[in-house]
Design a protein around this ligand. Structure first.
Ligand code: C2E
Ligand code: MG
Ligand code: MG
Length: 546
């Protein structure tokens, strides 16, 4: 093993200044002597600058041996120096890097040792510090990424994709959210998590944000010439919003589109919880609103200070974070949490938008909880701008939403909706498991119907309330059939019998579809039943949800 070291004396200049250059020279000669005495025959010492030395320690047995030599060296250097009737004390800081380990060329090895020497200085001098190869790689990687992103902006490689916001109650498209994409020449279309994270809070993020506002305005104006009048929201990082020139630049952007009503632009504030000065932020929002631009608080419910922000920030809309939508039908608490956020928003007179709606059933529940505007894959994935006009023209809301408006859904019947979502998810999980030939995702999840929350509903409230419906009695069999096939698939996969598992997948799909149809039939039957006068009112539900 080889250690390449860079040694720099601490506070050498005061020695020259106090005792004169001749004394300084004598001290350097003495230091050199001690260095020579502390290393072995096979090692090399070079003076490469005023008080800088390079050392090459060769034939080391281990990294430990290197630090032993360096400890010895520092101790020797730090002993008092006697010359010209004065006693001087000086110390040294050493940075070093080890080969193998560091695979740089000779020049970079010395540079790495030099960098490590600076760390030794910063950490208090009179010590040595080993160059951190991995950290250096990370830093270099980050620097390269940054400069690549910078180039992407200069070369117009960024795009805005648009995801519709839909009012389920009115069955109308009410706006679009602009989401940035990077059309990378080698890597294809990248999503924000691939490239925005590395930026941290680098000022480049602000430049990108400015670009996005400008681009969105251009797009809004273009759509308006086609007769498509849709508000577009742009995501803005908290740091961008706090930039001293944010308001004036926004005004400049808007001024570039004099014919455009600014209310068509909305801003979604990200990482609200990280914003420290609420008073300042709320003032900035206020000024932007004077320009005609409204705000949403994005990812609401994540982070810690949501309530305070909700109270103090004059944002028109809350966007319920997708994690709440995802959990909504999984447990009764999930539904309660989202109901809570919606009533909170109502109490503070804010509008709500739910993001991440992937299943029709989630939309039904959201409607029931008075959250009408939603976004998510169940409606559309983010799309390129040129696809938007056709998509809007063709948009036709799923009739289940409109139909559900007339259904007297009770909160306690949500497990039935949850079961439908669960079944769809399950089919997806099984398909993926078969595709990968891996049973591990299935093994722990083939559950007992009675233990699932749907099972509790089925054998509890469901049976009690709808026990008279033949549709209800068909469900356990359908459920058992579907799970029997899943279990068989899991066994086949764990035995490595992929071909037969693929064959059974078709069977699984049929069983799953039958179960879904059974659940739908049950829902219809429940609706029919509820059209007749109810035998006894469900008071707990009535009091909360009317
Ligand atoms: P966001 O603003 O909360 O946007 C929602 C994200 O969820 C988008 O991811 C969207 O594609 C995705 N999404 C929408 N519907 C569904 C769904 O049903 N299921 C699931 N699983 N996901 C859904 P995307 O486009 O990757 O953006 C991620 C985040 O990047 C955004 O979260 C936003 O925080 C940030 N971002 C996007 N564009 C910009 C931008 O122009 N500037 C800045 N600073 N941040 C941006
Ligand atoms: Mg957003
Ligand atoms: Mg969000």
């Amino acid at each position: 093993m080889l250690a390449i070291c860079f040694l720099d004396l601490d506070d050498f200049k005061p020695i020259n200044d106090t005792y004169g250059h001749q004394s300084g020279d004598r001290l350097l000669i003495e230091v050199t002597k001690r260095l020579k005495e502390s290393v072995r025959e096979t090692d090399t010492i070079a003076r490469i600058g005023g008080d800088e030395f390079a050392l090459l320690l060769s034939e080391l047995e281990s990294a430990q041996e290197a630090s032993e030599v360096l400890t010895r060296l520092l101790t020797r250097v730090a002993m008092p120096y006697q010359f010209d009737h004065v006693t001087a004390v000086i110390s040294a800081s050493i940075g070093y890097t080890l080969v193998p380990g560091d695979s740089g060329d000779p020049d970079s090895l010395l540079r790495h040792a030099d960098q490590a020497m600076y760390v030794a200085k910063q950490e208090g001098r009179n010590r040595f510090h080993l160059f951190d190869v991995e950290q250096d790689l990370r830093i270099r990687h980050k620097r390269e990424n940054l400069s690549r992103v910078k180039k992407a902006l200069a070369f117009f490689e960024f795009r805005l994709f648009y995801q519709p916001k839909v009012d389920l109650r009115r069955g109308k498209v009410v706006g679009m959210e602009a989401l940035i994409r990077w059309q990378h020449p080698d890597l294809g279309m990248l999503v924000p998590s691939d490239f925005l994270l590395v930026l941290g809070d680098h000022p480049l993020l602000i430049e990108i944000g400015d670009w996005a506002i400008r681009e969105a305005l251009t797009q809004i104006a273009e759509w308006q010439t086609l007769g498509l009048k849709l508000p577009v929201s742009v995501n803005i990082s908290g740091n961008h919003l706090l930039h001293p020139e944010f308001v004036s630049r926004l005004a400049d952007h808007l001024a570039a589109f004099p014919k455009l009503n600014p209310r068509y632009l909305e801003l979604e504030i990200l990482e609200t919880a990280a914003l420290e000065d609420v008073t300042h932020v709320s003032r900035v929002i206020g000024k932007c609103r004077e320009l005609g631009v409204e705000f949403s608080l994005d990812d609401f419910g994540t982070g810690y200070s949501s309530l305070l922000y909700l109270k103090r920030l004059p944002a028109k809309t809350l966007k319920i974070d997708q994690s709440f939508v995802r959990d909504m039908l999984d447990t009764p608490e999930g539904a309660d949490a989202i109901a809570g956020i919606i009533s909170l928003a109502t109490a503070f007179k804010r509008k709500v938008v739910a993001e991440g709606v992937e299943f029709i059933e989630q939309g039904i529940v959201l409607l029931r909880l008075n959250c009408d505007v939603v976004q998510g894959y169940a409606i559309a994935r983010p799309m390129p701008a040129n696809e938007v006009p056709t998509w809007v023209a063709k948009f036709c809301p799923d009739q289940a939403w409109q139909a559900s408006l007339n259904l007297p859904w009770r909160r306690s019947d949500f497990p039935l909706l949850a079961a439908e979502v669960e079944q769809r998810r399950w089919l997806k999980i099984v398909s993926i498991a078969v595709e990968r030939g891996d049973s591990s995702a299935l093994v722990n999840r083939i559950s007992n119907l009675r233990e699932s929350s749907f099972g509790h509903w089925l054998y509890g409230v469901g049976k009690e309330r709808y026990g008279s419906l033949p549709e209800l009695h068909k469900i356990p069999d359908l459920h058992r059939d579907s799970h029997r096939v899943s279990a068989e698939i899991a066994v086949l996969l764990s035995r490595g019998n992929a071909t037969q598992a693929v064959e059974l997948l078709a069977e699984q799909r049929n069983r799953g579809r039958e179960l879904l149809e059974g659940l739908l039939a049950l829902r219809r039957a429940i609706v029919e039943l509820s059209k007749k006068p109810p035998p006894a009112p469900d008071s707990s539900f009535q009091s909360t949800f009317g």
